[in-house]
Ligand binder design. Structure first.
Ligand SMILES: O=C(O)CCC(=O)C(=O)O
Length: 269
């Protein structure tokens, strides 16, 4: 039988502080989750398939200055950088049905001229209902992952998050019975709702560090004013096809996942 608890607990691979960060901020950055061999293998695969070396400007395509290049153009082995520890951690955060298929795909941000400062792009939430907008409870994917293969400072095209936004978006939509799908855009994402959010924060981290976010994270790309290509591996982590999320009710129980905590309703008015 399950038991009520007052604070989320640590998991096999995450400390209580890391779990608390995920629950409070909607994301956690796990250092070194892609080990150096996998980082190396990912960059080698990128070079083999595209010729691109992040810190050698002569290898960058001339027409890509400042551009955000996504997986469509780059057919690399998407499973290369997924470590057993990453597989375990995503299950600890969102439940045992989560899979890492079909893997993570590259999102590159190429340097562009301009002042070396943090400059976030358009805030959005990715679509949680395939091809059809955004849902309050997860139907398409449960976690958004961004793994860095290059060291990334704030002005290097850092992945950008709005800390706390998953809980804020959920509370607002749940309490007011809002259809989040209404702001769906044909680009595959949803504009951030017009509610008071915290300031955007660049994910400043090293190659191999991984940011794992709740599916309702308001996030963005940012300008790369640095001297190397920002190589990120991005993925929407889904569950087994037969899985259906069951909304939790009442006070948090020991068997709730950290993702469940963000979707608690017992303390909403
Ligand atoms: O490449 C990035 O830093 C941001 C990617 C993004 O906005 C997205 O995955 O929807």
């Amino acid at each position: 039988m399950s038991q009520s608890i007052l604070e989320p607990e640590g998991t096999a691979h995450l400390t209580q502080a890391q779990v608390a960060q995920f629950v409070n901020d909607g994301f956690v950055i796990v250092p070194g989750l892609v080990d150096p061999d996998r980082v190396h293998a990912g960059l080698k695969e990128l070079k083999n398939k595209t010729g691109i070396v992040p810190d050698e400007s002569k290898t960058w395509p001339k027409d890509k200055n400042g551009m955000h290049v996504t997986q469509e153009g780059i057919a690399i082995d998407r499973t290369l950088c997924i470590s057993p520890k990453l597989k375990s951690i995503v299950r600890e955060l969102a439940g045992p049905a989560i899979t890492n298929e079909p893997g993570l795909s590259p999102i590159l941000r190429f340097p562009q001229p301009g002042p070396k400062r943090f400059e976030p792009g358009g805030a959005h939430i990715d679509g949680t209902r395939q091809g059809n907008g955004l849902t309050v409870y997860p139907t398409h994917f449960l976690l958004l992952v961004m793994a860095y293969l290059t060291d990334t400072d704030a002005h290097d095209g850092a992945f950008t998050v709005w800390p706390g936004s998953p809980r804020q978006v959920f509370s607002w939509a749940y309490t007011n019975n809002i259809d989040l799908g209404e702001k769906w855009r044909t680009t595959g994402s949803t504009g951030a709702p017009d509610i008071q959010l915290n300031d955007p924060t660049p994910v400043v981290a090293r190659a191999g560090d991984v940011a794992i976010c709740h599916y309702l994270m308001v996030h963005a790309a940012s300008a790369n004013r640095g001297d190397h290509v920002r190589v990120g591996l991005h993925g929407w982590l889904k569950a087994d096809p037969e899985y259906q999320y069951v909304p939790k009710t009442g006070s948090p129980q020991r068997d709730w996942t950290p993702l469940d905590w963000i979707l608690r309703t017992d303390n909403l008015h």
